[in-house]
Design a binder for this molecule. Structure first.
Ligand SMILES: [Zn+2]
Length: 354
């Protein structure tokens, strides 16, 4: 008699999407006159070390103070020059110019919002309101960008990055009279996430919206493959009290709650309810929008994920898709950030655009 188990495919549907804030790490070594300017600024910062920061909450003077996560130094930088290096680090320069412009406005707004919010330094890096790591926004200086790209990159793409930033100079996103915190991510998988579901943060401009043009995203769909034993070992290591075996997998892992966009918000592991995000972290998944499939015959677990990143705010691949559909950067930003308006800030003085 053949084992019944051989013919039974146990399918666990666990669609989860995960939250992840987008950012990488960078080095801070600008070139040319930028280098000179930044060296001077760095020296000044060194002199000021230990003194109380002069910026008050709610103020912005045109410069931003950045903590370099690699060498633990603090640099004061011109906002627009900083934004160029962030755009180049956060988005492929091959993207449509309107997508790059949308990224420039989002990154500029993010930097200012952090500066205003944390004038005494961010609690996670008290030396400055914003850092160069993925904790805040990725930043690569021009030398580093040149090093990590093919030799013709700078000549081909740096002018495009500069155009994206220069043509939107000073433009930032507002909601209801206040500068917003414009989160963004790589690939939403078709629908973005409500910030409440991911970060327990109720922001009226970070609501779930469709993101229809992401087909070209390399991580639109991904699959993680493990043996049943590996899958269970990881679970039990993380949740030691769980009584989970290959025979009871389908009963012991239960979906509890999905978010509006279909990502996994809560899931029960042998009766213990955890956030979908925890499982994303455990198996290093691209998102919390996932489906787990176990085949007892092959003893293989496949976890398929859709999207890449936390899913909140602007989808970068979605932005590029919209741009290719002839949407301009304002349309892209207003699509992903519900109810916002774009205004121009000039040396701390706000004026309404148009
Ligand atoms: Zn940071």
């Amino acid at each position: 008699m053949k084992k019944i188990g051989i013919y039974i495919m146990v399918i666990l549907v666990v669609t989860i999407i995960l939250p992840t804030v987008i950012v990488k790490t960078f080095n801070f070594v600008p070139t040319g006159d930028r280098l000179q300017k930044n060296i001077a600024s760095s020296e000044k910062i060194e002199e000021d070390k230990g003194k109380k920061r002069k910026t008050e909450k709610g103020e912005f003077n045109g410069n931003i103070t950045v903590y370099d996560t690699r060498n633990q130094q603090v640099h004061e930088m011109d906002l627009e020059e900083y934004v160029k290096c962030v755009v180049a680090a956060e988005m492929p320069a091959e993207f449509h110019i309107e997508a790059l412009k949308a990224q420039a406005v989002a990154s500029r707004t993010y930097a200012i919002s952090r500066t205003i919010e944390y004038p005494e330094g961010h609690p996670d890096h008290i030396a400055a309101p914003i850092c160069t790591g993925i904790h805040c926004q990725a930043y690569f200086d021009l030398d580093e960008l040149i090093n990590i790209h093919p030799s013709d990159w700078a000549g081909k793409y740096w002018p495009k990055i500069e155009e994206a930033v220069d043509s939107t100079k000073g433009e930032v996103l507002y909601y209801n009279g206040e500068i917003i915190e414009p989160l963004y991510h790589s690939t939403s998988g078709g629908m973005t996430e409500d910030s409440m579901d991911v970060f327990s943060m109720d922001k009226p401009y970070l609501k779930s919206v469709s993101s229809p043009y992401e087909e070209e995203a390399p991580k639109f769909k991904s699959i993680v493959t493990l043996t049943g034993d590996e899958f269970i070992k990881k679970l039990i290591t993380k949740y030691p009290g769980s009584n989970i075996t290959k025979d009871n997998l389908s009963e012991k892992i239960k979906l509890v709650e999905k978010t509006k966009s279909g990502r996994i918000k809560k899931i029960a592991i042998d009766g213990t309810v955890i956030n979908g995000r925890e499982l994303r972290d455990l198996y290093e998944l691209n998102s919390t929008n996932f489906t787990i499939t176990y085949n007892p015959k092959t003893n293989i677990v496949e976890i398929q994920t859709i999207g890449y990143g936390h899913g909140v705010g602007m989808s970068q691949w979605g932005a590029n898709g919209m741009a290719k559909k002839d949407k301009d950067y304002e349309e892209i930003l207003k699509h992903y950030y519900t109810g916002v308006e774009i205004k121009t800030i000039d040396n701390g003085q706000l004026k309404i655009d148009n």
